[in-house]
Design a protein around this ligand. Sequence first.
Ligand code: SF4
Length: 636
Amino acid sequence: MLASADTHCPYCSLQCGMRLISTSGEVKVEARNFPTNRGGLCQKGWTAAELLHHEQRLTTPLLRSAKGEPLQPATWEQALTRIVTEIERTQNEHGRDSVGVFGGGGLTNEKAYLLGKFARVALRTSQIDYNGRFCMSSAAAANLKAFGLDRGLPFPLADIPQAQAILLVGSNAGETMPPVMQYFQTQRQNGGALIVVDPRATPTAQAATLHLQITPGTDTALGNGLLYLAIQEGFLDREFIAARTTGFEAAKRACAYYWPARVERITGIPEKQLVAAARLLGQASTAMVLTARGPEQQSRGVENVLAFINLVLALGKAGKPFCGYGCLTGQGNGQGGREHGQKADQLPGYRKIDNPDHRAWIANVWGVPESEIPGPGRSAYEMLDKLGTPGGVHALMVFGSNIVVSAPRAAHIEGRLRALDFLVVSDFFLSETAEHADVVLPCTQWAEEEGTMTNLEGRVILRRKSADAPGQARSDLEILSELATRLGAKSSFPADAPSVFTELRRASAGGAADYAGITYERIIAEEGVFWPCPSEDHPGTPRLFESGSWNPVAKGAGPYYFPDGKARFNVSVYTPPAERGKGFASALVAAVSAEALAAGRRFCFLFTDLANPVSNHVYEKIGYRPVADWADYFFA
Ligand code: SF4
């Protein structure tokens, strides 16, 4: 154990640098000057070490002899033997997919990688997913649709102060991620404008140049309304749109129905403020749009984010210094945790599990026949919803997640956990989920292990060991390695983080999230390395999408991760959020049509769902002018 170690706070995606000092069994936190936090920490970081020696830490495995019996301390041998017996019994009875694995966005990259390999190679099950699906996956999906690649921020935090205008949507960073606010403060001191979109007057909103107090669930209307104004006021970057994007005309047609008065009616944001926001963004030479859980954690989350990405593309504020769209990821390894194989549809390095070339590459790295790697499984909620049902998972292994607290419809999912034949939970406390387990495994915490994390910027950083684990706690890597051996896995399962990372680098090589050139030594020397980094002499990629940046998909055709190298506009249509329940939609339609009739705009009611080709066909049949003409009319 080191007396002092430079490491990172475990909690959120900023991954603030901190120093841990161990003296006489006590661990103290000191702030550290790292490029993300620049010496700052929030209360969560300052108190992070208090949980290391907490009296309620799990120190031995716990085992339930039968359903209804209490959990009792057990040896590791008893616990591991029971797990292997139950896995084999379940798979013999119900098939390989009857055993499932559930991971988390707080696991290190090494753990997330080994967990994915454990599921596919040791268990040979397709049923693996993780709690990141409940976090910012709307932004991930939108990023993939628009840019072909999903990385939280496509630029370093250090770019923020140079942006002349920033639209920050649905983030209260001032309270959830306080050290990051220094970048926004400097941006404002530099004369930049910060526009915050939030239904509440949060401390972040109060610090803004302009606060757009949006009605929850109406983000798509706001994004489209700002695009409408950008078009009307002549802020389009036509050269960028023509050279770097596709799909603008369809997006333009779709936003034709988001005139300011209507958007004010939907969003509750006064027309004057909408115009002011559009002008701040449109007149700035550099601008960014950042989203967080506000617009993302909605039934229409993908559409919401796409509407804001359309705005960024239309203004030509992408792929240039101090510009772009970014998502402020949440969990500590919310970024890296979704790159290396713990998702149901994915293999390491952002490879796809249904792509034959990708499967062949990973099979070669793992040393198993490609045919033995299962296909795509169910995503998180779908897997949890089917627990204990015919065709569903009957034995579940949970690592780094407290499902009972964090899953949607948590009470329902708790019921599904009770329907399982067998549940294993690896955790450092007896969480609400662990209380349901048949076997609980005590695992190490952040300061008791090493491994890499990838922060919201795509910067791969190193977590270092600075304290001993209490009692018999073991790292998840050791647990997975031991279980894989006992299950007779064909591939090797290293139990130490450096060996796993070496294998992860090989597995990710050539993928979109390429870590091949990243080493622990480089991470320390360079204060983190940004992926993609395809070789040890590559500098890493702080800014994605710049001309000439490394891109294995476009291969020189352009900066975006599509074969033609161009970004995509996506039609995004506002519909009332499902969260509001039935009845709201008809009330809204009535209100909008009344307003439209009063304004003499008889057509607007009919065209609220312009994205729907069937509707367009009907409109044309009944004699309305083609949609494109209407759009031209609006923006004439
Ligand atoms: Fe930890 Fe995030 Fe707080 Fe930094 S901002 S100290 S990473 S919780």
